[in-house]
Design a protein around this ligand. Structure first.
Ligand code: HEM
Length: 414
């Protein structure tokens, strides 16, 4: 990568991701950035450039094979945080046949049919959580309730834990682990080591528990594959597939539901239109995903050979950060008001679940959860409103995740 180009440092806190992506877009369609700790990468700044790179077979996700700075990342303490994202052998960080093999182990559990079979469970959890909200409102009338902590978070968490077979006594530790992984605000080696230590405590405990207490769940099935189908799944791959499915299936959906609640409460006219049946909830969910993608950007991809795009050459071995928020807010794709939430827009395509071979396997499940949770919440609490002004809400400290720390609401509008 040429050194004379101005590099833009990405804010590790993700304090204002829309403003940051708009600034980057002014610099070009693919621009050099520094990730926390000064890790160089290329950032596509719009829909077309991101889409082209995600579909390009010359772009890999395997750092071991294709990142020229991988050894340096392992040697430099200030870069060690990135290893928690990329030196993790699962389908998200593999290329070619390894990716196909690892994805095939998990994808059958997430077909539309298998997802439909989980609907009753989602409805049951939703009803239980709504009853909990009722009880919280009755216990402290007029007091704000954090609808993220009490609704948006426990629904995907309980569902993924049941699907995967995470026992009750490990669930809280699993939630804390995922929150800490997505928190990119402190790239120090000490913090990276602490997160690794947490992963090293939770996952072996889970694998040990599931080995001794098998059930009708995904964890048990993956352990069986490792033990009985020699070579199809190594120890490391088992470990990191656990981490991926729990992580990808949980934090992302929490933020989809949380972002949708906040956005609708900030657009009461659009909320009224949905509640009146003028626009379907499906359109609301897609528009939330487009404007506020739960994954704003994701480390990392790598050029397998030189790639020239819009006059910029990404050299073989260079890293690329996958920029979903930039794509979703791109005026060249969605018009001058691209950054505005508009359920009437009818945008028929977004990249917030990815595209190509790494496309999200859990998209049908996430959509079904949101499609159940959102109408149920607004039906039960038609007068719900935010308990704070929009500018008092805090983004989670992350340039990867896009979501709110807390969503305090008044359930009965008073
Ligand atoms: C709103 C919720 C979700 C969003 C926004 C989301 C987003 C994404 C994106 C953007 C990718 C592609 C990453 C890339 O190309 O680098 C992806 C991959 C993936 N997602 Fe999701 N996801 C969500 C929910 C889920 C759920 C519920 C699960 C499973 C329970 C899941 C499991 C996965 C897995 C396993 C991959 C890796 C696929 C591969 O590399 O082949 N996701 N997700």
């Amino acid at each position: 990568m040429t050194t004379e180009i101005t590099r833009v440092a990405i804010d590790p806190f993700g304090a204002d991701i829309p403003a940051e992506t708009a600034r980057l877009r002014e610099l070009g369609s693919v621009v050099p950035v520094d990730l926390p700790g000064g890790i160089p990468a290329w950032a596509p700044t719009g829909f077309a450039s991101l889409r082209a790179l995600m579909l390009d077979p010359r772009v890999s996700k395997d750092p071991r094979l294709h990142w020229s700075l991988f050894d340096e990342a392992k040697a430099r303490p200030e870069w060690s945080w990135i290893l928690g994202w990329v030196d993790v052998v699962n389908m998200l960080n593999t290329y070619g046949p390894d990716h196909t093999r690892l994805r095939k182990l998990v994808s059958p559990s997430f077909t539309h049919k298998r997802t439909e079979a989980m609907r009753a469970q989602v409805e049951e959890i939703t009803a239980d959580l709504l009853a909990g909200l009722d009880a919280a409102a009755a216990a402290a009338p007029g007091e704000p309730v954090d609808v993220k902590a009490r609704y948006a978070q426990p629904l995907p968490m309980r569902l993924i834990c049941e699907l995967f077979g995470v026992p009750e006594h490990l669930r809280e530790a699993a939630v804390r682990m995922m929150d800490d992984i997505f928190d990119t605000s402190d790239p120090s080696p000490e913090r990276a080591a602490a997160v690794q230590e947490q992963i090293g405590a939770v996952l072996p405990a889970l694998i040990a528990y599931k080995s001794e207490n098998p059930g009708n769940d995904m964890a048990t099935e993956l352990i069986r594959v490792r033990d009985e189908e020699g070579g199809r799944l190594t120890d490391d791959e088992l470990f990191y597939t656990f981490l991926l499915v729990i992580g990808a299936g949980f934090e992302t959906t929490v933020n989809l539901i949380g972002n949708a609640i906040v956005t609708l409460l900030n657009h009461p006219d659009q909320l009224a239109a949905v509640r009146a049946g003028e626009v379907g909830w499906e359109a609301v969910i897609e528009e939330v995903l487009r404007v506020h993608p739960s994954i704003a950007s994701l480390p990392l991809r790598y050029a397998v050979s030189d790639i020239t795009i819009d006059g910029v050459t990404i050299r073989a071995g260079d890293a690329i950060v996958t920029t979903f928020a930039a794509a979703g807010n791109d005026p060249a794709q969605y018009g001058p008001d691209a950054a505005e939430f508009d359920i009437h827009r009818g945008a028929d395509e977004h990249l917030s679940f990815g595209i190509g071979v790494h496309r999200c396997v859990g998209a049908p499940l996430a959509r079904m959860e949101a499609l159940t949770a959102l109408p149920a919440l607004f039906d039960r609490f038609p007068d719900i409103r935010l308990a704070v002004s929009a500018d008092q809400l805090e983004q989670v400290p992350s340039f990867v995740a896009l979501g709110w720390q807390r969503v305090p609401v008044l359930l009965h509008g008073r």
